[in-house]
Design a protein around this ligand. Structure first.
Ligand SMILES: COC(=O)N1C[C@@H]2C[C@@H]3O[C@]2(Cc2nccnc23)C1
Length: 130
């Protein structure tokens, strides 16, 4: 009912701010848009479900996230993809893995720091009921 729609609206506003803050961080520039499959032709043969911050921002607007953990699940996917596609010891791979782990830890810490825990419970309850 209307109170639930208000809660989900508040969640979307919160997640847009988190997503924008992550996308503004120049350390995370390689995660702001989908990997360019013209430049990286084997990417989709290795990574079955690509994810990036621009796609996540669009998913917020499409009401795809009913709680903060749904958003963090996509953060985890983005990070896992980077670890899987860039596994080697060379500096470029090591850097992108380091940045992916940094983005994941930053997202979890920002959300835990700025989100009321019972607000997340309310969102999960709405999600369960739908
Ligand atoms: C999240 O980003 C990534 O997982 N990657 C992997 C690709 C390999 C390497 O870096 C990426 C883009 C790229 N483009 C041209 C040549 N080489 C590269 C970004």
């Amino acid at each position: 009912y209307e109170k639930e729609e208000g809660t989900l609206r508040e969640l979307r506003i919160f997640l847009r701010e988190i997503c924008a803050k992550l996308a503004r961080n120049r350390q995370f520039f390689m995660f702001t848009k989908p990997v360019d499959v013209q430049e990286v032709p084997d990417y989709l043969s290795i990574i079955k479900q690509p994810m990036d911050l621009e796609t996540m921002m669009t998913k917020i607007d499409l009401h795809r996230y009913l709680c903060a953990q749904d958003f963090l699940d996509d953060v985890d996917l983005l990070c896992r993809n980077a670890l899987e596609y860039n596994p080697d010891r060379d500096p470029a791979d090591k850097l992108i893995r380091h940045r992916a782990c940094s983005l994941r830890d930053t997202a979890y810490t920002l959300i835990k720091a700025e989100m009321d825990s019972d607000f997340e419970e309310q969102c999960k309850e709405i999600s369960r009921a739908r």
